[in-house]
Design a protein. Structure first.
Lengths: 113, 110
């Protein structure tokens, strides 16, 4: 299965600023998925990123708040913009696994103060 | 709409006791069910999927379409099974949007 390197692993940010999270995959993949896990809650899909096209956002998530880049088949970034304390979450990227299901990155724990 | 329900936030069992982590789903399409596990300080990883009908680390799960359930079972719990377990639902027929349950923390007491 693919191996995903995600960084940063954690960050503490001031409200109003932005943070860019990076995911690097060790093989080429068509789709990359970005999830958010708020404290005590389940994983929620933010968007799906295909190389060469705009990301597809789920209901409740917008490009201005969570811009995504997908410059090639092994890399993607998610930016959390104009952060507020409500954005404090774990952010995860994932790709399809050859076993079925997903392979996940290690996650980015974001705290907004 | 896809929905996954894991009714228990925490399940505590003694070592050697049977384990059953409950998962119910709601979906009108062709469901594909998964169990994911997250051990302490490790990343979320796939444990098993219903299509494979496999046993991983002694765990099995059977899809019951009549009861819309996909409970995870193990006959004898081990301390190393202590972890967070997530049930997840995808669509076999098309776009693989996956919906996750809220998770159950399994605590195996020595």
């Amino acid at each position: 299965s693919a191996v995903i390197s995600q960084k940063p692993s954690r960050d503490i940010c001031q409200r109003g600023t932005s943070l860019t999270i990076q995911c690097q995959v060790d093989s080429q993949v068509t789709m990359m998925f970005w999830y958010r896990q708020q404290p005590g809650q389940s994983l929620t899909l933010i968007a799906t990123a295909n190389q060469g096209s705009e990301a597809t956002y789920e209901s409740g998530f917008v490009i201005d708040k969570f811009p995504i880049s997908r410059p090639n088949l092994t890399f993607s970034t998610l930016t959390v913009s104009n952060m507020s304390p409500e954005d404090s979450s774990i952010y995860l990227c994932s790709v399809d696994s050859d076993r079925g299901g997903y392979t996940f990155g290690s996650g980015t724990r974001l705290t907004v103060v | 709409a896809q929905r996954v329900t894991q009714p228990e936030k925490l399940l505590s069992v003694f070592k050697g006791a049977p384990v059953e982590l409950k998962c119910n789903y709601s979906y009108s399409g062709s469901p594909e069910l998964f169990w994911y596990v997250q051990y302490s300080r490790q990343r979320l990883q796939l444990l098993l999927r219903h299509i494979s009908r496999e046993s991983i680390k002694g765990f099995t799960a059977d899809l019951n379409k009549g009861e819309t359930s996909f409970h995870l079972k193990k006959p004898f719990a081990q301390e190393e099974d202590s972890a967070m377990y997530y049930c997840a639902l995808g669509d076999r027929g098309g776009y693989q949007k996956v919906t996750f349950g809220t998770g159950t923390k399994l605590q195996v007491i020595p």
